[in-house]
Design a protein around this ligand. Sequence first.
Ligand code: PA5
Length: 412
Amino acid sequence: MITLKHSYPAVSPEKATHEALLAKFQATVQRADIGFFRHTTDKSVAILAKTTARRFAHKKLLVHVGIGGSSLGPEMLLSALGVEDGKSVQFLNNIDADMLARQERRWVMPDTFFYIVSKSGGTAETLAALSIILKWLEKNSVSESQWKEHIVICTDPQKGELRQFAREHQLSCLDVPPSVGGRFSVLTDVGLFTAAWAGVNVDQLIHGAEAIKHQLLEASADKNILTLTAAWLEQQRAAGKTLTVLMPYSSLLKEFTAWWVQLWAESLGKDGKGLTPVMAYGASDQHSQMQLFMQGPADKTMIFLRTDVGNMDYPLASQIKLPGMQALAPFKLSQLMEAEYSGTLTALQESQRPLLDFAVGKVNAESLGGLIVFFESLTALVGVASGIDPFNQPGVEAGKKYAHEWLGRNRP
Ligand code: PA5
């Protein structure tokens, strides 16, 4: 359960605003072409992810290949929830030869397999990686008829070059539903397969995603974190706050902010509008960006996520007589985090910096599922409420088109 503990300035829940926003949100998620809020109710998706993952359970290294929405979500899941002992996952998420060379050094036969993810099935970066991987397989004496032991595809259920490639070579092929855009696709098989293989409890993830829907759709005006946050952000935007900082106090959620950056930027940045996302995490960024947040341009809102410590904590009691250490000695490490969190919020408020303070509980599969759906829903609502289409990405598509044209013009 995500709860809004505190906000500055105070959130004033107006029933009419809440109802208007909720109606917009409901109309959006009921659209047949918008699947992000619906697709987690389809149990067959997680079942297919788990059964396919089991077929590759004997492998030791999974190389997840994809870019943008086809990689950031799965990266975030594993960074928050971990990978079980004896397995590792690499993300081949860029076309950087130096990085690829470093990653390739760890590929060994027969323990390595590749998960190629592209909704469109035609993204140049991902097809380039596939081409290199196929050559590597050939070099390692894997024949075409054996590709199915080393490659799993995830793409549109009907269309695209990758679907055709999978059919031709009888490769396992999972779906990115046509109604779910790349950056909203982490809880489809795009993320669930990689997570299931890595040992994440994907049922808990889906359970958390489903459980928060009731909170978002049914909570009253004074408790609805979706409409309260959207209304508050709009008030702040109107007052010139056009940057949004997301700052969890947890290293486990650092990549969550990277996933959210794409969601926020690519969904909302259109028609001259948009809120610029800034990723940060505590307590580390108190020693990096916080000076700017506190006393730099007053153009930001800050969304804080406080988390509870998991199963492990560390007492700071010490025999060493250093005054600094003795000041910490009665406390545990998590209490120091709490002190830093609360100190930062008080200082920001003194500097009149707008902030929302959310409590999200322990970082686990269930809470992460809820957080994902909350931020996807918030993005969708902020987008439709500001009159843009949060589900397309014409700028990204234009870049892809011109890159292809360049390749056509410069063929050696
Ligand atoms: O969110 C999006 O739609 C994009 O960021 C895509 O995920 C990204 O461009 C990769 O596209 P594809 O999955 O078609 O390879």
